[in-house]
Design a protein around this ligand. Structure first.
Ligand code: FES
Length: 551
């Protein structure tokens, strides 16, 4: 078991002799506080999902000056060069000035569009105008002669995409994206649920609303002419935004409060709405803020938006939909019958827990080719010096290690090595622990796929289309995914990458009342499959850990 790291001596050290500057703010060091705590003293929130135990690696910071004054690298930091430290594990041990900065994250790649769906859409927004009066449904809410706008907001756990849409023209007027500012409370939904529950002051909602308000003001000169906002996001992100208690989403049976309301017959849909005034957004005060319905459990409003984008409600052929992330959502079916499951696969494919894992920022290794003679060629994001490995790079590495038979089926190196350096400077590596973690993440996804196909009574190659959604789905090399057994070995033309289908579905919901209402009805008929209680789950999981094709 790990605990937050404490200095052995409880005596104050270096009283007023050392200083710590973080993001250009400075504090004098007069106590046994980690750099994490010192940053908090500067009112700078450093991300954490592990309660400062050195496990999640989210508190990574860059030391600009004074690394020689710091405590030695801990066991949790062995893979780091002295330029980078885990803030929760590091103390100022010797007298001197230490300067550090947060990792630059502004360059994070954000998928802000997906499958194109608007060209044939019949315009039927819920907001319309009669003479100068603006209505939502049959309710007058404002008066204007200017254009009518709406917003589509995709709240991802990591990134957020906002679209401003002219409701009368059905045209996208502007798009903005930003990293979810709730990151300080951890990178995954369970960490956010714990933070929100323990802190109990709706801080995550307030931080997010402030960020979204600034984005709205920068996106639109006439924000008071925004009359409807459609919200998508996984169940936790959606409910946090609306200020609902999310505790129940983190506990078995993993349900949103809106699901309990439907079960008790108090509501007919898990969709949720409020007014801009009550949500403190700087738009028309009577504007409607509408959260798309969730499908059930962790299969949230982001997935239901995707169903609008792929038009599952009209589909006769059986399709599969998969959005791989910390939680992977899968749907199989057509307009007559559909089933779903969410697999808590963990953050490894996003770099979490991987020695050199990182998001797709500058320097992240995104493509890898291993030659028979052992030579390795890598491609990094924006061709910057290699700093780590992002999700698509991890799949590439596993695919290449499998293809060249440098690992066996259980993920052990064939040669007598424990790790493989990827760059010429021998700085970035992948080791057997990483491969083991990735194989378990893969296995969780594969077990979910196997069980859902079995439940539906269909073989992998019988489906018509296999949709891959989200940023991970967009960048994955399908051949590598098939080779390592993450994706089924079906004809390649059946795979369709649909990017950020959530934002496209939210746009449809904003522009078509009919489609939105059809979605509300359709999702109530999607049956959730409980993976954990399936008697074959364990066998599928064990099988899924192996690096070989699934058919
Ligand atoms: S907070 Fe430092 S590793 Fe998790």
């Amino acid at each position: 078991m790990s605990f937050p790291r404490k200095r052995e001596s409880q005596e104050p050290c270096n009283k007023y002799m050392s200083s710590f500057s973080f993001n250009n703010k400075t504090i004098q060091v007069n106590s046994n506080q980690s750099l994490f705590d010192l940053a908090e003293g500067l009112s700078i929130k450093v991300p954490s999902s592990c309660k400062n135990q050195g496990k999640c690696k989210e508190c990574l910071i860059e030391i600009k000056e004074g690394s020689e004054f710091l405590s030695p690298l801990t066991i949790n930091e062995q893979h780091l060069s002295s330029k980078y430290r885990l803030a929760c594990q590091t103390f100022i041990e010797n007298e001197g000035e230490v300067k550090a900065e947060s990792l630059k994250r502004s360059l994070i790649k954000i998928e802000d569009k997906g499958i194109s769906t608007l060209s044939n859409l019949k315009l039927e927004p819920a907001v319309f105008r009669k003479e100068n009066i603006v209505f939502i449904e049959d309710k007058a809410i404002a008066e204007t002669t200017d254009s009518l706008f709406g917003l589509a907001v995709d709240i991802g756990t990591t990134t957020v995409v906002v679209r401003l849409i002219n409701l009368e023209e059905g045209k996208i007027k502007a798009t903005a994206s930003f990293e979810n500012p709730q990151r300080f409370a951890g990178t995954n939904v369970m960490a956010r649920i714990v933070y929100d529950t323990e802190q109990g002051k709706k801080e995550l909602k307030r931080v997010f609303t402030a960020h979204l308000s600034n984005t709205i003001l920068s996106l639109c000169d006439t924000p008071k002419n925004i009359f409807e906002v459609i919200i998508g996001g996984n169940t936790t992100m959606r409910d946090l935004f609306f200020g609902l208690n999310v505790f129940t989403i983190g506990q078995t049976p993993y349900k949103s409060l809106t699901e309990f309301d439907v079960e008790k017959g108090q509501k007919r849909t898990t969709a949720i709405q409020n007014t801009a005034k009550k949500m403190h957004l700087p738009i028309c005060p009577k504007a409607r803020i509408y959260g798309l319905p969730i499908i059930g459990g962790h299969v949230g409003a982001d997935t239901s938006a995707c169903l609008l984008a792929i038009q599952l409600m009209k589909e006769n052929k059986v399709i599969a939909f998969m959005d791989i992330g910390t939680n992977t959502e899968i749907i199989i079916g057509n307009k007559h019958k559909a089933i779903t499951a969410s697999s808590p696969s963990g953050p490894a494919f996003e770099g979490g827990g991987i020695a050199f894992g990182m998001p797709a920022l500058d320097g992240a290794i995104e493509n890898v080719k291993i030659f028979d003679d052992g030579n390795i060629i890598i491609k990094t994001v924006n061709d910057k010096p290699p700093a780590g490995i992002c999700g698509s790079g991890l799949i590439d590495i596993l695919g290449e290690l499998t293809r060249t038979e440098k690992i066996n089926k259980v993920g052990r190196f064939i040669d007598d090595i424990e790790l493989l350096y990827l760059d010429n400077d021998q700085h970035v590596f992948i080791n057997e622990n990483d491969i083991n973690l990735l194989s378990q993440t893969k296995a969780a996804n594969v077990a979910a796929l196997q069980i859902l196909f079995k439940e539906y009574g269909i073989a992998f190659n019988e489906i018509d289309t296999f949709y891959l959604a989200g940023g991970f789905g967009e960048h994955i090399d399908i051949e590598a995914g098939i080779r390592i057994g993450l994706l089924p070995n079906i004809p390649r033309e059946k795979f369709k990458k649909i990017g950020n289908a959530t934002i496209e579905g939210l746009t449809i919901a904003l522009l078509s009342k009919t489609k939105r209402e059809a979605l509300e009805k359709f999702v109530t008929n999607i049956r959730q499959v409980n993976l954990e209680t399936d008697p074959d789950f364990f066998d599928h999981f064990v099988e899924g850990c192996l690096f070989h094709e699934i058919i």
